[in-house]
Design a protein around this ligand. Structure first.
Ligand SMILES: [Zn+2]
Length: 233
């Protein structure tokens, strides 16, 4: 009975190890995920900046068109003027619009250059992401396979464990599980040849050792509380 329980424990320890292994994501995948996340964030920020710049350029374009129209109207009005004085007033207006047009064009030129270099930066980042993405996907696929294999193994072990545990009285199983949880690992341990606890190594009282070796009921280590069993029992 305790021997069966110790076989249950062997499987439980394997299951613990599998759970730990499952949680260990390969460093290459973690690094690739981080890099992809950083690249996407960077790309999003650069795209937003480019969008704001385009907005500004659109506004400039609209103002340029409006200034051109007003300059043309002033020029036409100057031609149709009824007096020399009126004509020179319109010519002055035309000159003012022309000056503002030139200023605005000069302001706009560097923005156009900036737009070009920002677009290049966005394209460059997008290129990096295009290269990285298949790499990440391959790593993710490998990770899914790794986890699926572990899960499959876990299912098999859990099934065997359930079959074995069915042969152990429920109250004993419960005790074992409680001790194992409290002791983080071993719930049932053998008494060593030298009469010590196989869990905490404390020297066990003779009567405890004898009780275990005779296989009389369930005996626990007085020191660590683990269930004791005898390898020759
Ligand atoms: Zn002990």
């Amino acid at each position: 009975m305790l021997r069966t329980l110790s076989e249950v424990q062997t499987l439980d320890l394997e299951l613990d190890a599998l759970a730990t292994e499952r949680g260990q994501i390969p460093p290459a995948l973690t690094a690739a995920r981080q890099r992809e996340r950083a690249l996407r964030a960077e790309l999003q920020a650069r795209r937003a900046e480019l969008g704001a710049l385009r907005q500004r350029l659109n506004e400039n374009e609209m103002e340029l068109a409006s200034l051109q129209e007003r300059r043309k109207k002033a020029a036409d009005a100057a031609l149709r003027a009824s007096s020399g004085k009126e004509a020179s007033q319109f010519q002055n207006q035309e000159l003012q619009f022309a000056t503002r047009l030139q200023e605005l064009e000069e302001d706009t030129m560097p923005l156009l250059e900036e737009q070009e270099s920002r677009q290049e930066a966005v394209d460059e980042l997008q290129g990096q992401l295009d290269v990285l993405q298949p790499e990440v996907e391959a790593l993710e696929e490998a990770e899914r396979e790794r986890v699926a294999k572990l899960d499959e193994h876990t299912r098999e072990l859990a099934e065997r464990r359930a079959q074995l545990a069915a042969g152990v009285p429920a109250s004993l199983l419960k005790q074992y599980e409680q001790v194992r949880k409290a002791r983080r690992g071993l719930g049932v341990v053998p008494v060593t040849e030298g009469g010590t606890c196989g869990g905490c190594n404390v020297r066990l009282p003779i009567f405890v050792v004898q009780k275990v070796r005779k296989g009389q009921g369930v005996t626990r280590c007085p020191s660590c509380g683990r269930l004791l069993w005898s390898t020759n029992g």
